[in-house]
Design a protein around this ligand. Structure first.
Ligand code: ADP
Ligand code: MG
Length: 139
């Protein structure tokens, strides 16, 4: 994937609390085009695979449980400099440190339940997008 696409998802607590629309509005108003979008659900094993890079860290088991407790919204987003610009839009992992105007400042409840995921590199954006979407689902 080139540097104009990233992968994101709305985490289960934010879906359950009715924030899909509010989050998508911020994403579109920031200039991202939605390339692919679906509401789906991870089981604990799939959540563990998605977050395998964090295996062994103290928050890993809770993270897998939290990410599989309800539906998520998965999406591929397009914009110049997508990965970095989307990380700026979502804000710091810990909402206490997230800047005003960021998605996490508006919707995160804790460092764990922080509303959205955003890829951290072009390489991971490609891997994560392929985890959820086939080639024919991206347009
Ligand atoms: P980010 O989502 O900002 O890229 P990380 O990749 O470091 O953050 O962590 C992945 C996810 O794991 C975070 O979004 C959050 O849900 C959870 N997490 C990370 N660090 C902690 C922590 N110290 N305590 C609880 N949950 C955490
Ligand atoms: Mg990360």
């Amino acid at each position: 994937m080139s540097n104009n696409r990233t992968y994101s998802m709305v985490k289960p607590h934010a879906v359950a609390d009715g924030h899909i629309g509010g989050i998508l509005k911020m994403i579109e108003e920031a200039g991202f085009r939605i390339v692919a979008l679906k509401k789906t659900r991870l089981n604990p094993e799939q959540a563990g695979k998605f977050y395998a890079v964090h295996e062994g860290r103290p928050f890993y088991e809770h993270l897998c449980q939290m990410m599989s407790e309800g539906p998520i919204v998965a999406m591929i987003l397009e914009k110049d400099n997508a990965v970095a610009d989307f990380r700026a839009l979502i804000g710091s992992t810990d909402p206490a440190e997230a800047a005003d105007g960021t998605i996490r400042k508006a919707f995160a409840k804790s460092k764990s339940e922080n509303a959205v995921h955003g890829s951290d590199s072009d390489e991971n954006a490609a891997i994560e997008s392929s985890f959820f979407f086939s080639e024919t689902e991206r347009f």
